[in-house]
Design a protein. Structure first.
Length: 202
């Protein structure tokens, strides 16, 4: 399955990447992904479909290749920054949600509900179909139509950018440093498995 992510979501990802990886690596990733139309200007802040799943997957893969063994770590950092930009966009509303959930809910319930809300956003912004569920004390995220590994073949799970977003979201809702959170990708479509599946530990 393939599709497109909205211009505004693509803008968040590209802007976060540009701020972290430097102009040379950014231009190289755009060119390898067929996204040279964004070398001079980011996508508009629009809900219209823009970048294809194949293009954003190739963009992430180009970053992974550019940074070698540190590629996955860099993509997670980009994911952390994407979440920070999302929170700035929602401002006081996001902070109110965190305050109320912190008063009323246990930590694992707060994470589960935050991931549920994030899944709804991802469905709206990408047309993909992530699902969130709990098994005992563990919280899982699974997406059988992940936008980040289309046309990619990897020996190990390789969707580090969304893992980084989930790490940053979990850290934010628990009010902990992101370094204290670890999201593991247990299966990946890039590895030939039916869905990209993550679980979180802290």
């Amino acid at each position: 399955m393939s599709g497109q992510i909205t211009d505004r979501y693509a803008r968040q990802i590209l802007d976060a990447a540009r701020s972290l990886i430097g102009p040379e690596a950014y231009r190289d990733a755009l060119r390898k992904a067929g996204l040279t139309r964004y070398e001079e200007a980011l996508p508009p802040f629009s809900p219209e479909p823009g970048i294809t799943f194949e293009e954003i997957s190739a963009f992430c893969q180009a970053i992974r290749e550019h940074f070698g063994p540190d590629g996955g770590w860099m993509l997670r950092r980009i994911g952390h920054e994407v979440l920070q930009r999302d929170l700035r966009a929602y401002g006081w509303v996001a902070n109110l949600v965190r305050l109320v959930s912190g008063i009323l809910q246990a930590p694992r319930e707060r994470v589960y509900n935050a991931w549920q809300r994030a899944a709804a956003v991802v469905r709206m912004e990408t047309g993909s179909s992530p699902q969130v569920w709990r098994e005992g004390d563990r919280v899982y995220w699974e997406n059988p139509s992940c936008p980040y590994c289309v046309g990619v073949s990897c020996a190990e799970p390789c969707c580090d950018l969304p893992a980084g977003v989930l790490e940053a979201l979990t850290a934010w809702v628990l009010e902990r440093p992101v370094e204290a959170i670890r999201v593991m990708e247990e299966s990946c479509r890039g590895r030939g498995e039916p869905a990209c599946r993550y679980r979180v530990e802290w």
